[in-house]
Structures are given as structure tokens and as C-alpha cells.
Ligand binder design. Structure first.
Ligand code: HEC
Length: 228
């Protein structure tokens, strides 16, 4: 190879490398100035909103006062129980006591996702409606948990028009089929063999402290025992 060509190639390479270095240097100085203690490249902290059903399994903050938020924290199972004990209202609010002993109020809107969301009761859990879906004939136990009407109509329904077995224990939570099938492991029943969960969720909002001059309204006591 002829020396001129070699010089030409080396020259071009040098110009390229120097160009890249200058460019990187330019970007750095542009972003950071002449400081080496600059961390503009560090990824920024994401602020995540707190969804209503965020599982709140983190330990309670020590020494922390209750936060400014008026959301309540409750075991999902206790929220279900309070709803059933209140006569399972479709739109009316029902009350419950949250894990911090506050009086709280919620509606069916916050109960419904417990049946519909997957990955909720425990990591990787299937939603109830994957098996207990809107097609009554095809649904496990002919139970449709996808709508309020379906939940009320119960299980073992002959068809989409008829009611079946009440799963809500006629308003007595602990004697309900729902309680039984959500609280107790049913070995061999897929979807119920590992369902018992002490999931805590954010739900409802705190009620103002009861006025001592008026009679306090009755509140359903949360009683579920967390399973190990
Ligand atoms: C993988 C499928 C599957 C999932 C997911 C599932 N189930 Fe079931 N469920 C069944 C089957 C199957 C039965 C019937 C068991 C039997 O015949 O004893 C049943 C029975 C029930 C029953 C009793 C009905 C009756 O009359 O015996 C209730 C209540 C119930 N499920 C509620 C739920 C709830 C609430 C969820 C969600 C937290 C859920 N299921 C998730 C499959 C499932």
C-alpha cells in the first residue's frame, strides 16, 4: 500500500476519533458544566399514583401519624364481609372499621374489583371471573361474579334468568358460601386451593370522628383472622 493512502486513512481515523471525543465533551459540558459531580444522567424517581387497590402489605410506618390521606386500609376479606353484613347494597355506602380503627365508608364499586382483578389476592392469582364469568352455563358452579346482579343471583343457577344458591349467607358473612370459598383452602378445587389471603388494600374513606352527642351508627366489626 502506498504511504499516501495510509496517511489518508490514519488522518481520517484521527479526525473521526477526535470528533467523537469533542462531541461527547460538548454534550457533557452542555448538560453539566465543568463539574464532575453532576448526576443528570441518573434516572429520575418515578412518582406512582396510589391506586385504590394497591396491596398495602408494607409494614405500618413506625411512629408515623396517620397520613394526610383519608383513605382507609382494610383487609380485602373484611371489606367483603362488611359489605355482606350491610346487606350487600348495590349503590348505598356501607361502613367498616379499618386496620387503624378508623370508621370508614365504602361502596360496592370498591368491592367489585375484588372479584374482577387478577393478580390481586396473591401474586399470580387468577381473577374470580376467569372461572365465574358472565356465561352462567359455562361458569364454574354456575356462578357469575362479574356483575352485581350475578353475585346476588348466586351459584348453581339453572340458567341466566334464574337465581341459585345464595352465596352471601343471607347477610351473615361467616356462614356464607363466599366466606367459605374465599377463606378456606379447598384442596383440589382449582382457583380455591390457595386462595386464602390476608391481602390489605386501600379502600373507602375515613368518616369524621363520631360526634359524642349523637348516637353512633352501628359499624360492622372487622373480624377475619389473617391466615398464615
Ligand atoms: C380456576 C377457577 C376458579 C377461580 C379463579 C375461582 N373459582 Fe370459585 N369455584 C371454582 C369451582 C370449580 C367451584 C366449584 C367447587 C365445587 O364444586 O365444590 C367454585 C366454587 C365457588 C363458590 C361456591 C359455589 C357453590 O355453590 O358451591 C364460590 C362462592 C366461589 N367459587 C367464589 C369464588 C371467588 C370469590 C373467587 C375469586 C376470589 C373464585 N371463586 C375464583 C373455580 C374457581
Amino acid at each position: 500500500m502506498n504511504d499516501d493512502v495510509r496517511k489518508y486513512i490514519y488522518g481520517a481515523l484521527t479526525v473521526f476519533v477526535v470528533g467523537v471525543l469533542v462531541w461527547v465533551g460538548f454534550l457533557f459540558v452542555n448538560a453539566c458544566g465543568f463539574s464532575l459531580a453532576c448526576n443528570r444522567g441518573a434516572s429520575s424517581v418515578d412518582r406512582t399514583p396510589v391506586p385504590t387497590l394497591l396491596p398495602a402489605n408494607l409494614p405500618v410506618m413506625q411512629g408515623g401519624e396517620t397520613t394526610a390521606s383519608d383513605q382507609c386500609r382494610v383487609a380485602a376479606i373484611d371489606l367483603l364481609g362488611a359489605w355482606v353484613e350491610a346487606g350487600s347494597p348495590e349503590t348505598d355506602a356501607f361502613q367498616f372499621i379499618d386496620v387503624n380503627g378508623q370508621n370508614c365508608e365504602s361502596t360496592f364499586d370498591e368491592v367489585k374489583p375484588l372479584f374482577i382483578e387478577s393478580n390481586l389476592w396473591y401474586s399470580g392469582s387468577r381473577s374470580c371471573v376467569t372461572c365465574h364469568g358472565a356465561d352462567v352455563a359455562a361458569a364454574s358452579a354456575q356462578l357469575d361474579l362479574s356483575t352485581y346482579a350475578g353475585i346476588i343471583a348466586g351459584s348453581r343457577r339453572a340458567n341466566a334468568e334464574s337465581n341459585g344458591t345464595d352465596i352471601l349467607g343471607a347477610g351473615t358473612w361467616e356462614s356464607s358460601l363466599l366466606y367459605d370459598f374465599v377463606m378456606t383452602d379447598k384442596a383440589g378445587v382449582s382457583g380455591h386451593d390457595d386462595i386464602a389471603s390476608n391481602l390489605l388494600i386501600f379502600a373507602g374513606k375515613a368518616l369524621p370522628a363520631p360526634d359524642p352527642t349523637t348516637t353512633p351508627s352501628p359499624v360492622v366489626e372487622a373480624t377475619a383472622t389473617p391466615t398464615p
